[in-house]
Ligand binder design. Sequence first.
Ligand code: PTJ
Length: 269
Amino acid sequence: MVKIEIPEDHPRKVSLETREKIIEGHTRHEVATAGLLAHGRGEAFDYLIGEKTNDIAKHAIKVAVAAMLTAHHPVISVNGNVCALVPAETVTLSELTGAALEINLFYYRKEREDAILGALKSAGAKEVLGTHDRPSETIPELSSNRRKVDPDGIGSADVILVPLEDGDRTEALKTIGKFVITIDLNPMSRTAVYSDITIVDNIIRCLPLMVEYARELKDTPLDELLKMVETFDNEKNLADSIKLMRTRLGDLSKNIGSLRQKIQPGANA
Ligand code: PTJ
C-alpha cells in the first residue's frame, strides 16, 4: 500500500492522518469494509461540530467516566474502527476504570478477531474477552452477529461503553437492562438516542480526554460521582448538540469566507 505523505502545515492534516489510520486498519483486517463508510459518515458530522470537542461533549465525557468508575462491572466493547483509531487509549482507559475489554463485531470474521486481538495485546492489553475460544451467550433480543457476548464481559456487565455502535444492539442492550455509554458523532443516530450517555465527539479526541478525566476523577468520593451520573440528562445533551450544529451552520451561512483555509498546492481535501 502506498502511504501518503501529508505536509506538516496542511490545514486538514489531522483528518487525513486519521483517514490513513482507518485505511491501514482495513489493510491489517481490523476494520470492516463497512467501517470505512462509517468513518466517512463520522467525518461529515465532525465538520458540523467544527472538528473540536465542545463543552457539551466535555461534560458528557466526564459523566461517562464517572459512570465507569462507579460501576461494579464495566466493559468496553471494541470493534474494528475503535481498534484502528485508538488502541492504546482504549487499553489505558480499561486499566484506569477497571473495565474489561471485549471484542464484539458486527461483521464477524475470525481473521478480523485475530487482528484486533493482536493489536490490543500489542497496545498492552493483558486480557481480552469475546474471542472465539471463550464461552459465549446470546442476547435473545438481537439477530445480528453482535448477539454473541462473553458471559464474563458484556453478559454480566452493568455499565458498557459501546463506541460507534449500531442501533439494534444499543436498543437490545437497553432492553436487557444495561447502562449504555456511547461515542457517536451523529446525535440523531439510533444508538445516540437509545443510550444513557452519548458523547457527541470524534473518538480520536474523546478517548484521550476520557483517560485524562479517569486520572482526575479516580479519587473523587463515590457519592459525588453517582450524583454526576444521576443528574445527567441525555435528551438535553443531544438537543444541545443538535442546537450547536444548527447555530454553527447559521453563523457559517452568514460568513462563508471564514471557511477558506490555506491549502497546499496540489492538495484537494
Ligand atoms: O467492526 P465491526 O464489524 O463491529 O463494525 C463497526 C461499524 C462501525 C462498521 C459498525 O458498528 C457500523 O456499521 O456502525 P454504524 O451503524 O455505521 O454506526 C457508526 C456510527 O459511528 C455512525 O453514527 C457514525 O457517524 C459514527 N462515527 C463514525 N466515525 C466516528 C463516529 N463517531 C465518533 N468518532 C468517529 N471517529
